[in-house]
Design a protein around this ligand. Sequence first.
Ligand SMILES: Cc1cc2nc3c(=O)[nH]c(=O)nc-3n(C[C@H](O)[C@H](O)[C@H](O)COP(=O)(O)OP(=O)(O)OC[C@H]3O[C@@H](n4cnc5c(N)ncnc54)[C@H](O)[C@@H]3O)c2cc1C
Length: 397
Amino acid sequence: MDEYDIAVVGGGPIGCFVAEQLASKGRHVAVFEEHSTIGEPVHCAGLVTQRVFDISKCSPTRIVQNKIYGAVIHSPSGSTLTIGGEKVHGLVISRQRFDETLSQNAQTAGAELLTGYKIVSAKKQENHITLTIKQNEQTLPVRCNILIGADGPHSSIRKIFGFPHPIEMLQGIGAELSDTALDPRFVHIFVGHNIAPGFFAWVIPTNMQGTTARIGLCIGKQSNHPLQHYFTALLQQPLLQGTTVMKRFGGAIPLGPLKKTADDHVMIVGDAAAQVKPTSGGGIYPGLLCATQCAIVAEEALQKQQFDGEFLKHYHRKWTKEIGRELSLGMRFRKIFTSLTDEQLVKYLEKLNNKKTIDVINTHGDIDYPSRLALPLIKTSPSLLSLAPAMLKRTKQ
Ligand SMILES: Cc1cc2nc3c(=O)[nH]c(=O)nc-3n(C[C@H](O)[C@H](O)[C@H](O)COP(=O)(O)OP(=O)(O)OC[C@H]3O[C@@H](n4cnc5c(N)ncnc54)[C@H](O)[C@@H]3O)c2cc1C
């Protein structure tokens, strides 16, 4: 039976990054990925910030496709609010190349990457974990001291070891488009119950000419129609007339930070642990932050040969301290957002559409930390508070 210090389930960005961190400390690490090719299929809009490169130490060359300076928000009434425009707020990446680079970094650090290997079961033994892995028709046993579940939104590791489920699971759909005629510096965001109930739709220019884009939307459980219905409606937006759909994708986004992410010999990280920004669905930055903490605690556990849940809970405390408050506040903002009617959304966006407020958004707006905008915004436009009690009251019902 193969034996590892650490077995990582899932060769997505978070699994590969945590494997790299531990392999670089000289640990015997394996990453098991069920698909035969890293980075495929893609389930992502690929909008991140520079922080993703700062943490992962990846070179942006070949990965960054475009730079985003601002956003045009389309209200349900058809009016628009334009924010940003002066500085770079986001980077559009090729997810496939990003994932490939992280997997190469993990291997260079010494991790074994096993593609085409699916974990079908896992069991706690007295002082280790035994995994059953399926490769083609073969079943192989593997033993490890620590198991890290980085196996995405529908994580089997989360289920097998009885960790809590995410509060919500959004369903997403998207596509790569060509023949667009966009200002490459701006993303477009569409909100409203007819376009993306419970979330929003996006159009992201993916090259510096504005001739290609990645579009998509997510819906929450309060939707009346299937995803395809909203996707067809999005394609009919005047902005997208005459464009060509090249490739479609879909996926799920887990929301609501979990109350428990570590137990005897096991930790879960990334989408498996719903470490995702509830306001935007972005999981790469928070996932990498939490993966850093996961690797630190796994390394300490290996040094001390202490693999019990009490010790591994340090990981839960560390990531919660770092990003837990932001994710919880994100869930509150989301609660408010999903309680708004289209009329309220229109009114809210109108209130924001003045120079003073837009200046505040441009100064304090941060895709990774949306909560940092709340106070300055309310200070500038106290009238925005008038909507809050009504919204909060509605969500309590
Ligand atoms: C429509 C959509 C748009 C998004 N847009 C953005 C965005 O613009 N910016 C952003 O930051 N985030 C975005 N996200 C979220 C982002 O894609 C995720 O947060 C990110 O992929 C999480 O990485 P991960 O490694 O935790 O999980 P994943 O990328 O899901 O990787 C998990 C891996 O585990 C493998 N796996 C699963 N089960 C097993 C098993 N039993 N055995 C072996 N392998 C297994 C899977 O094949 C997969 O490769 C988006 C998500 C969706 C759905």
